[in-house]
Unconditional design. Structure first.
Lengths: 428, 315
């Protein structure tokens, strides 16, 4: 026993040293001195998007030697918000982050973001008042703007005109001209196209029987909503929702107008006749692929309507370079760069929301498509559902709606079940 | 005592008693070498196992909001919340169903394969390799491929279609989703248990079977009276490994079903991931992981205790 001496103590010292080293490794990468290296998380890994972002960043660095590098860090779309919050929890928060509308209430109210008003207003020739108040609403708390409404992107329907013609169907453009562009007509065309061509009829992109908030592009036509305006009352058991979901259920399981659960079909690869998605996905269209068109959402029983998805860019308070990050954001979203970015991400700037301006940067879209889908959509659109604690709500709705995706589901009972699950969360 | 005596003897033999012994005696050098050898492993365990374990206990006593950057002590609140959680019952049921299904399927199939492949026939090596190969395949890659096969219009239903059977939508049906996840996991890891069983089977002395045959025992009787008792230590080992592994299933659920349909495949690990990383309830997530820890510990201790009853011998 005598000889054990310093052994364990030595080990303890070594361990403490190693732990200290490990601890240092996880700390902040750079202090506020020296060139600021900025990192922004985004959902898109699209080359065209990244190229434009990098061009703007390079231009900014020329006039700002204090900024070292600006990195755009694409995270997978499906797990974007989870990955972002995990990075924040792990002490590896980005300096700027793209935020989806469904997590906007959580981020804006949490205090995780730095208010942007002062920086944006004090930037020369920024034109803060040009930002449409409607687009700012979701990103404000107590009168302060916590994220810039970077993309206000209406949902439209991209159409594979080749497939529809092959199936002997009228194109949506023809139906619009005849004043017959309704969901009934759209679903009938999708169903006929599926039967004739064997390819999927209509795909609600990113829904895949899990991302149910994308269904708001459908049920809004019936005047249904996930929850009331104040967010306190469940809307799934309302009669409008039951009508909408009954139509959808029939379209999926009886008419095969939409691919069933567990079946994947990518419109942009030519696997579907139509898809409901945002204009920012236009970049996925390949030249010389197939004949296509972009049209507004069809009219529902409640008439014409539009749904918009929003995304904001915020500056993380935890960032050691929050000031530099906010300055870069002001540059990224100034009138000149907003015009450039408008080809992918419809800007909140009223001055840019004209068919002529958007047409300059949207070579793939015709002025009338821009006017009907984008500009009219932004001015009249309903934003996709968002609520504080959205992740938990979303999971409960997803689980509650699962029984609906069976051929012989009892629609009314399922929708009542959804409300039973989420009402306690909404009432919180 | 004898050590002290020797030392005294040595001191007396030296002409200069004031001179101390060198610190680095052979024994101390040996010890240092030993500690250095275990240091990397020890360090790894402390940093990546023991420290996080203690931290999880600490987190479970707090309400940690990552976005708001708040970390408030709430005492046992997260533990009392367990009782009020309407999801916990279904989650524990799904976890139990998965574990029982996996252990029963996996061990019986592994033992069956091992017995079949223990014959001295041509080509057994090829089959052994075939059944073992999924063990070395990446778990996520394996699961993604199975995801495609199990789709409604996927490979499995295509195969069933050729024989006139209209297969179910495997991953979307309340009953079939859990079955699918279990089968995917069984095929992934059955090879490992099979190899362990095979090794055990080959350790059973052939003369016991010969003697039994002379006594007129049937093949079935030989299996239950000779094979099973003699390989029981391996059955214990494989069942512990499989039970513990089954309680940690995550990737398969995340890739194949995301806990659905409904909550039918939301097992405890997936649920705690949802609570912590998706709903940002890190404190409650930590509490759930302690529940998991207690369950794993209890089951392992139980199995270890029960070995006295049914394990034939231990070396």
């Amino acid at each position: 026993m005598v000889t054990r001496g310093k052994g364990p103590r030595g080990v303890a010292v070594a361990l403490t040293a190693a732990l200290a080293l490990a601890g240092c490794g996880g700390g902040e990468k750079a202090g506020s001195d020296g060139p600021a290296n900025l990192r922004m998380t985004i959902w898109s890994a699209n080359e065209a998007h990244l190229k434009l972002f990098n061009e703007i960043a390079d231009e900014y660095k020329k006039s700002h030697p204090d900024v070292g590098t600006i990195t755009f860090d694409p995270l997978p779309f499906d797990s974007y918000t989870t990955t972002l919050t995990t990075q924040i929890a792990g002490g590896n928060a980005p300096d700027l982050a793209w935020i989806f509308e469904n997590s906007a209430p959580d981020f804006v109210a949490s205090g995780a973001l730095r208010p942007l008003d002062d920086t944006l207003k004090s930037t020369a020739e920024y034109g803060y008042d040009d930002l449409s108040p409607a687009t700012r609403k979701l990103w404000q708390n107590d009168g302060k703007l916590y994220a810039y409404p970077f993309s206000t992107s209406p949902f439209g329907i991209f159409v594979n005109t080749d497939l529809l013609k092959k199936a002997g169907q009228k194109t949506p453009a023809e139906l619009i001209a005849a004043g017959q562009w309704t969901w009934d007509a759209a679903l009938a065309a999708a169903s006929a196209s599926q039967a004739k061509t064997g390819k999927a009829g209509l795909v609600i992109r990113d829904f895949d029987y899990k991302g149910w908030d994308n269904l708001s592009t459908f049920w809004t036509g019936w005047g249904a909503r996930a929850w009331s305006e104040d967010g306190k009352t469940c809307g799934f058991n309302a009669p409008e929702m039951a009508d909408a979901m009954t139509t959808l259920h029939k379209a999926i399981f009886t008419d095969k107008a939409l691919p069933g659960p567990g079946t994947t079909a990518d419109f942009f690869a030519g696997d579907a006749a139509m898809t409901v998605t945002q204009i920012s996905r236009a970049s996925l269209l390949k030249d010389g692929g197939f004949g296509w068109d972009l049209v507004p959402l069809p009219a529902g029983p409640k008439g014409n309507y539009a749904v918009i998805g929003q995304a904001g860019i915020g500056v993380l308070k935890k960032s050691p370079h929050a000031k530099a990050a906010a300055d870069f954001l002001a540059f990224l979203t100034n009138p000149t760069n907003s015009a450039k970015l408008a080809q992918f991400f419809p800007p909140p700037r009223q001055s840019l929301l004209t068919a002529e301006t958007l047409a300059k940067t949207n070579p793939k879209l015709k002025p009338e498509q821009l006017q009907k889908v984008v500009i009219d959509g932004i001015t009249s659109g309903v934003v996709k559902p968002s609520h504080a604690g959205q992740a938990e709500l979303s999971q409960q709705v997803r689980a509650g709606l699962d029984p609906l995706w069976q051929p012989n589901a009892d629609v009314k009972a399922v929708l009542d079940g959804v409300c039973a699950k989420i009402q306690p969360l909404l009432a919180k | 005592m004898s050590r002290t005596d020797t030392r005294v003897g040595r001191v007396e033999a030296r002409p200069t008693p004031a001179r101390s012994r060198p610190y680095w005696t052979a024994r101390r050098r040996d010890q240092l070498t030993g500690y250095l050898f275990i240091a990397p492993q020890l360090l790894g365990s402390v940093v990546f196992v023991i420290l996080p374990l203690l931290l999880v206990v600490w987190y479970s006593l707090h309400e940690w909001n990552v976005l708001a950057d708040t970390f408030d002590f709430v005492g046992a609140d997260n533990y009392t919340a367990l009782a009020d959680d309407p999801n916990l019952g279904p989650v524990l049921r799904a976890t139990g169903l998965f574990s029982v299904g996996l252990v029963v399927f996996n061990l019986s199939l592994a033992l069956l394969l091992a017995v079949l492949l223990n014959q001295k026939l041509q080509g057994t090596i090829v089959f052994r390799t075939l059944f073992f190969s999924p063990v070395v395949v990446s778990l996520v890659a394996w699961t993604i491929v199975w995801g495609f096969l199990l789709q409604d219009n996927g490979g499995l239903n295509g195969l069933l279609d050729t024989i006139g059977v209209d297969g179910p939508n495997w991953l979307r049906g309340e009953g079939t989703a859990m079955l699918s996840v279990i089968v995917v996991q069984v095929f992934k890891n059955v090879g490992l248990n099979m190899v362990l069983f095979l090794a055990a089977l080959q350790g059973v002395p052939a003369e016991l079977y010969e003697a039994a045959e002379v006594d007129g025992a049937s093949r079935m009787r030989q299996f239950w009276r000779i094979t099973v008792p003699l390989i029981s230590p391996t059955i214990l080992l494989t069942s512990i490994i499989t039970v513990v592994g089954s309680l940690q299933v995550f990737a398969q659920i995340a890739v194949l079903t995301q806990g659905g349909p409904g909550t039918s495949t939301t097992v405890l690990v997936y649920y705690l991931y949802q609570q912590a990383f998706q709903f940002h309830h890190f404190g409650y997530g930590a509490t759930l992981s302690i529940v998991l820890f207690v369950i794993v510990l209890a089951l392992t201790v139980l199995q270890w205790q029960m070995r006295k009853r049914w394990v034939f011998h231990e070396s």
